[in-house]
Design a protein around this ligand. Structure first.
Ligand code: SAH
Length: 354
């Protein structure tokens, strides 16, 4: 079966022409798919014969809402999507003053092994397809009835470990005949996979690159992020400086504050030293307590922020949303997997919304 929804408009045109259709049909099909059509039968401006032909050769697999949680504190919505093959992924809708932002997953699970992260505990199951990434944005918007204006690739998975898909997804979601979300409204977060940073830099997109730094020294970083053993801090910063030279875009550095591990003043000083020559933004994240992790939230966030600012850096503290609903990466999926294992919920998508 053909994954037509993952195709660009151009590819769709080539495909439709190959089955004897006029080129203008591509735009019709593309528009329907990007408006959230769940079957070819809904595409009423296509001849019935074409609808039947497409239904016979192409796969359309919109995700099902397996679970949905809505925060009573701030309206944050968390979706657990069940994919066609039964795997589950998460998206989170956050309601900021500057617009509704959806945080989406790029893989089922993750193989990066960061010691503090719930998404990676059971490893990677598979990569997502471009359509499965797009559908998270599209169906979050349709289900919630809230218009999405910003996207962050900060859910489950490592985008640079599935780069071709991510590149295609960006093209799809940015397309004027589709959701038309501007690159400046998209952030992509990586744990520091250098070849991906280089490829992305070469594309010269106007999106925001976030680098999950979490420690500026190899000893600490390798301890909490195995990826650092392949791509150490010196090389990571060289790639970041190169990225800035190529794109002119300021990089955002994510820094989850862990008690006694990465919250020392000397580490703030080292961040400043490594950022010299490049406008950087450091986003301090209060560590989310993951049951399986030995790490505790730092009590030095304000002091660390001050220390960074004393070097002239921009440092912000991320406001925590959805504190009442397992809203951080991978936690809802972990919980559902755990419950399914114990036989507490039917893992068939039929469970009630919370
Ligand atoms: N793989 C990508 C994107 C997904 S993770 C990356 O690593 O950047 C999104 C962000 O959440 C990353 O910065 C990640 O390090 C951070 N994160 C993971 N677990 C966390 C936790 N328990 N508390 C705070 N931040 C966490």
């Amino acid at each position: 079966m053909i994954d037509i929804k993952s195709m660009s408009l151009q590819e769709m045109g080539d495909f439709l022409q190959s089955i004897g259709q006029p080129a203008y049909r591509a735009k019709q099909v593309f528009t329907w798919l990007h408006k959230g059509a769940r079957s070819f039968d809904e595409m009423t401006n296509l001849p019935k014969s074409l609808r039947d032909q497409l239904a016979g050769s192409c796969l359309l697999t919109p995700p099902k809402v397996a679970r949905k949680q809505v925060s009573r504190l701030d309206g944050t919505m968390k979706y657990l999507w069940e994919l066609a093959d039964g795997n589950c992924i998460e998206s989170v809708l956050m309601r900021y003053h500057h617009g509704n932002t959806v945080c989406i997953s790029s893989q089922v699970g993750c193989r990066m092994g960061c010691a503090f992260c719930a998404s990676t505990i059971a490893g990677k199951v598979r990569d997502l397809t471009p359509a499965e990434m797009l559908d998270q944005v599209l169906f979050t918007q349709l289900d919630s009835g809230l218009e999405i204006s910003n996207i962050v690739l900060m859910g489950i998975g490592e985008p640079m470990d599935n780069f071709d898909t991510v590149r295609k997804f960006l093209e799809l979601v940015n397309h004027p005949d589709g959701m038309n979300i501007g690159m400046r409204h998209i952030s992509l977060s990586t744990c520091g996979v250098i070849p991906g940073i280089r490829l992305l830099g070469d594309l010269g997109l106007q999106l925001t690159l976030s680098v999950s730094l979490h420690a500026p020294d190899d000893e600490t970083r390798s301890r909490i992020m195995p990826v650092n053993r392949a791509y150490p801090v010196d090389e990571l910063f060289a790639a970041c400086h190169e990225y800035f030279r190529k794109t002119g875009r300021r990089i955002s550095f994510e820094y989850a504050m862990i008690d006694g591990v990465n919250d020392h003043d000397w580490q703030a000083d080292l961040i400043a030293k490594r950022l010299k020559g490049m406008p950087g933004h450091v986003n301090l994240i209060p560590l989310n307590d993951v049951v399986e992790s030995p790490f505790k939230p730092s009590r030095r966030i304000a002091a660390f922020q001050k220390r960074l600012e004393s070097h002239g850096l921009t440092a912000t503290v991320r406001r925590s949303l959805g504190g009442d609903i397992d809203a951080s990466c991978g936690q809802l999926r972990r919980k559902a997997m755990e419950e399914a294992r114990k036989g507490e919920i039917p893992n068939d998508g039929s469970m009630e919304h919370e």
